[in-house]
Design a protein around this ligand. Structure first.
Ligand code: AKG
Ligand code: FE2
Length: 339
C-alpha cells in the first residue's frame, strides 16, 4: 500500500477561521491516529531545498578520507560522520552513512553532579573543503525550527491544550538536531535494513526525502506502509516526548527505511525538533486527557520525561563505538540499555 498518509497544508492555519478549524481537525486526527503525515504550505522554498540537497550531495561525493576526517569517533558529543555499517538500530546493523549536526555550542563536559546527557552538547565537525555545508545546514536548522515551532503550537491547540505550554522547554538552548543521510543501496549480505524500526526521541521530526522511496511507517495492525515522496512536502512524525506529554493520547510511531535496490542511492534529511536537554516534560492539560491510555510500556525502550535521558539512551545504543570509546561509565550505569 502506498500514499495513505494525510497531506496537511500549514498555510491554512493562517487562513480564515473555517480553514484554520478544518486544518486543526485534520491535524488532530493525523497526529492521534497515525502519528505521521505530509506537510505542505510550510514556506520553505524550492530554492532553499535545492541548495541544501546540492550541498548534501557534495558532502557525500567527497573522498572518503575527507568524510572520515570528521568522523564521530573523534567526538564524545556524537557529532560528525558515521560510516556505513557503524550504526545499529534494534540490535542490527543499519546500512547508511550520515553526518550528525546540532546547535553549535562549546563542549559541555558534565561535572560530577551533572547528568551524563550533557555530553550531547558540543561543537559540530565540518569538512574543510566544503565551507558552504556549515552555512546551508545551520540555515536549514533555523528555518525548520520556526516551522516546527508553529506546527507544535497548532498541534497543541488542535488537541485543546494551551499552544505555548512547552515554550519554556524549548527556550534558549533547544537541542536541535539535523542529519544528512545517504542509503547507499543494499548491503552486500542482502539485509534490507537501511535503518531499523524505531521511534524518534523528541517532539517532532520534519523529514526531507528524495524520490527514491524506502521509508515505511508502522500501521496500527503492525504492517509497514510505504511513505512515498509528496513533492514540496515534509514528512512529519511524532517523537516519544509527545507521547509522554499527552500520556499516550498521541503516539510516537515506529518507522524504518528499507534499503534501495541494487546500488541505487537514497538521500534524506531528518530534522529533529527537540527541547533543552534538561527539560522535564510535564503532562500537558488538554481536552481529551481522560481518553489518554498511558504511554507505551516497553521494558526494552523505557520513555523518560527528562528529555536528555531519553535522547542519550538512543545515542548510546545506536553508536556503540563512540559509546565504548568515551562513555564507558554511562554504559556501566545502564544508561541506554540495549534493545
Ligand atoms: O531517512 C529516513 O527517511 C528516515 C530516517 C529516520 O527515521 C531517522 O534517522 O530517525
Ligand atoms: Fe526516525
Amino acid at each position: 500500500m502506498s500514499n495513505q498518509l494525510p497531506v496537511l497544508d500549514l498555510s491554512a492555519a493562517d487562513g480564515d477561521p473555517d480553514a484554520r478549524a478544518r486544518f486543526r481537525q485534520d491535524l488532530h486526527s493525523a497526529a492521534r491516529d497515525v502519528g505521521f503525515f505530509h506537510l505542505t504550505g510550510h514556506g520553505v522554498t524550492e530554492a532553499e531545498t535545492e541548495d541544501l540537497m546540492r550541498t548534501l550531495r557534495a558532502f557525500f561525493a567527497l573522498p572518503e578520507a575527507e568524510r572520515l576526517a570528521v568522523s564521530n569517533l573523534n567526538s564524545p558529543h556524537f557529532r560528525g560522520y558515521t560510516r556505513t555499517g557503524d550504526e545499529r538500530t534494534g540490535g542490527s546493523r543499519d546500512w547508511r552513512d550520515q553526518l550528525d549536526i546540532g546547535a553549535e555550542r562549546a563542549p559541555h563536559v558534565p561535572g560530577p553532579d551533572e547528568p551524563g546527557y550533557w555530553w550531547l552538547e558540543g561543537p559540530n565537525q565540518w569538512p574543510d573543503s566544503l565551507p558552504e555545508l556549515r552555512t546551508a545546514a545551520l540555515h536549514w536548522i533555523d528555518r525548520l525550527s520556526s516551522v516546527a515551532r508553529r506546527l507544535l503550537h497548532e498541534l497543541l491547540a488542535a488537541i485543546g491544550a494551551p499552544a505555548d505550554f512547552y515554550d519554556d522547554a524549548f527556550a534558549e538552548r533547544p537541542h536541535l538536531h539535523l542529519k544528512l543521510v545517504r542509503y547507499p543501496g543494499s548491503a552486500p549480505d542482502g539485509a534490507a535494513q537501511g535503518v531499523g524500526a524505531h521511534k524518534d526521541y523528541g517532539f517532532l521530526t520534519l523529514l526531507l526525502q528524495d524520490e527514491v522511496g524506502g521509508l515505511q511507517v508502522e500501521g496500527p495492525d503492525g504492517t509497514f506502509l510505504d511513505v512515498p515522496k509528496v513533492p514540496g512536502a515534509f514528512v512529519i512524525n511524532l517523537g516519544e516526548l509527545l507521547e509522554v506529554a499527552t500520556n499516550g493520547y498521541l503516539k510516537a510511531t515506529n518507522h524504518r527505511v528499507v534499503s534501495p535496490p541494487g546500488d541505487r542511492e537514497r538521500y534524506s534529511v531528518p530534522f529533529f525538533y527537540n527541547p533543552r536537554l534538561d527539560a522535564r516534560i510535564e503532562p500537558v492539560p488538554f481536552a481529551h486527557a481522560d481518553q489518554a491510555p498511558g504511554v507505551t510500556q516497553d521494558s526494552t525502550n523505557p520513555l523518560f520525561a527528562e528529555y536528555g535521558r531519553n535522547e542519550i539512551k538512543g545515542w548510546l545504543r545506536a553508536h556503540p563505538q563512540v559509546a565504548r570509546r568515551y562513555h564507558a561509565e554511562l554504559l556501566n550505569e545502564g544508561v541506554g540499555a540495549a534493545r
